[in-house]
Design a protein around this ligand. Sequence first.
Ligand code: F6R
Length: 247
Amino acid sequence: PVTVYPDKQTASVKVAERIARLIRRKQEAGEQAVLGLATGATPVGVYEELVRLHQEEGLSFQNVVTFNLDEYYPMQPDAPQSYVTFMNENLFDHIDIKRENIHIPDGTLALEEVVAYCLNYERQIEEVGGLDLQILGIGRTGHVGFNEPGSAPNSGTRLVTLDDLTRRDASRDFGGKENVPTKAITMGIGTIFKAREIVLMAWSGKKAPIIKKAVEGEVSGEVPATYLQLADNVEFVLDADAASELT
Ligand code: F6R
């Protein structure tokens, strides 16, 4: 289903509330909540609201395990552009999550270590019982995670090459496209599909054309987000501008 909110603030609070409900339900059951997390501009408001819920309303993350979708490769974790830095600044440094429960793909691996590392990432997700909820943004190429056009529907965590448009969109963070890594480690489409619930968020008119393709276009590897049309546990959460081209 597609849910449209007037603006991204309202939508972000709704998504944060959904995550908080999941965490509390799991707490009451004495279980862990396993979250798949995204970086980028889109989820910032969700993380802000989760931090507020922690600081002002006592939401605890002690029972939360997280797996981030992706990381640039190569990337040092303490670099300003790393997704480790992003997650620390936007969420982890402000909540009571256990550091050992945080998983973010490692951008420092030697090339020959990557395949075993990615298989182990999948195994770690399975060992905690799978992802309860995966949140996603969408790139203008139609990527989810860094599953660029051409990604297979059953793909797992792996090393991928970033699309030129994706590197252009990231160039501001890196001070020029030539500084953006050409590769990334990302969960696969298949990894994302195994999550019990999936929420894809998109804000602003800049995302309207790709949202139209993702929601209404033909299912195709050319626009990996269209694969989500085949899942029955997906919600597209949009602001009015991102939804403006939907019929
Ligand atoms: C980030 C990720 C990407 C972004 C997408 C949108 O972890 O996996 O798919 O969600 O590139 O980025 P923003 O939100 O910056 O528009």
